[in-house]
Write a protein that binds this ligand. Structure first.
Ligand code: AMP
Ligand code: MN
Ligand code: MN
Length: 318
């Protein structure tokens, strides 16, 4: 039996299943978890719990949101635990305990830095989104509109609406097949990706205005310190999309956005255009991700953090 067959047969035969995604959930995490939740809930007799941190407002239109548990209570060991779109154990956050206790732990993911922390792992770095991997795992006759919509959401977000270089023919074909279940692409694309709150647009403007070019314009960075976050009352995902706008600055190869989480602790997002492998850089600093999109957490002043990152980029550019 292949890993995929083993996973799907374990799901069909389980009594209790849990699904969880990574901390600070993004569109692919939410779409993958809710897609799998809907699929299992609608087709199999088992009970299914889904654990995700608080869902950002724009994603609450996706079916299954009401079932999400963000409290991570202690629970009896699950027969099957599914970690979706989560590149390492640490990023499972409070759901780690379910994985450790489960009779069968499963990881389905597409991060190239994923080392396979579950008992059964399906990791496909060539897939644009975990949702794309899930579609191939599922029996297509058992996919409902609700499941299709969630998977479509995942693909839309991790490809930046089919524009990032991770978008393949297979990605597009998967999205195309999802449309056949009746998914409204404008509802998902405009409603969850392009629509921004006033504050989100303000912080985008501010980041662009204060951005700095270094290394002959090949690198651009912006920083959002805690004072600015408090000033705008920012939620954790309000800067989503800022890095994409920084990246498309003419001449830029690498974009960096850093956000201060605690004094001298910064969350780093990196994107590259053509040749710098940002996953290598972020892995070096204890994080991970993909070739063109990665992240990590760094300590120090804003200047320490930027200097450390730029030094690593310089090594690759030379
Ligand atoms: P972000 O910049 O937060 O959108 O993340 C870009 C990519 O890097 C995503 O695929 C994340 O899963 C990954 N990533 C971000 N931060 C971390 C981290 N601290 N550790 C490992 N992977 C990360
Ligand atoms: Mn994700
Ligand atoms: Mn993903």
């Amino acid at each position: 039996m292949t890993n995929k067959q083993e996973i799907m047969s374990a799901i069909e035969n389980a009594g209790r299943i849990a699904i969880a995604g990574h901390i600070r959930p993004d569109g692919d995490c939410i779409g993958s978890c809710l897609g799998m939740y809907n699929y299992v809930h609608e087709n199999f007799p088992c009970s299914v719990d889904v654990y995700i941190e608080e869902i950002p407002q724009e994603f609450t239109c996706i079916a299954g949101c009401d079932a999400v548990n963000s409290l991570y209570p202690d629970a009896a060991p699950y027969d099957v635990f599914l970690a979706l779109d989560c590149g390492d154990l640490e990023r499972l956050g409070k759901a780690q305990k379910y994985l450790k206790e489960a009779k069968l732990s499963v990881c389905i993911d597409h991060h190239k830095t994923n080392e396979g922390y579950a008992a059964v792992n399906v990791i496909e770095p060539g897939a644009a989104a975990t949702a794309e991997v899930l579609f191939d795992l599922m029996d297509q006759d058992k996919i409902s509109l609700n499941t299709a919509e969630a998977l479509y959401l995942g693909i839309v977000h991790d490809t930046g609406v089919f524009k990032h270089s991770n978008t393949t023919r297979h990605t597009m074909e998967t999205a195309g097949r999802l449309l056949e279940y009746g998914v409204s692409s404008s509802k998902i694309i405009d409603g969850t990706f392009y629509e921004k709150t006033y504050v989100q647009n303000q912080i985008l403007g501010r980041c662009l205005m204060e951005s700095v070019l270094v290394l002959d314009g090949k690198v651009i960075f912006a920083a959002v310190n805690r004072k600015v976050q408090a000033l705008y009352g920012l939620e954790s995902n309000d800067t989503e999309g800022v890095i994409d706008q920084l990246r498309v600055t003419k001449g830029v190869e690498v974009a960096i956005l850093i956000k201060e989480m605690n004094p001298f602790v910064w969350r780093v997002s990196m994107r590259s255009c053509e040749y710098v492998d940002v996953a290598v850089i972020c892995t070096k600093f204890g994080g991970g991700g993909h070739v063109r999109a990665a992240g990590c957490i760094l300590n120090g002043s804003m200047h320490d953090v930027i200097n450390a990152l730029v030094k690593e980029i310089e090594l690759q550019i030379k």
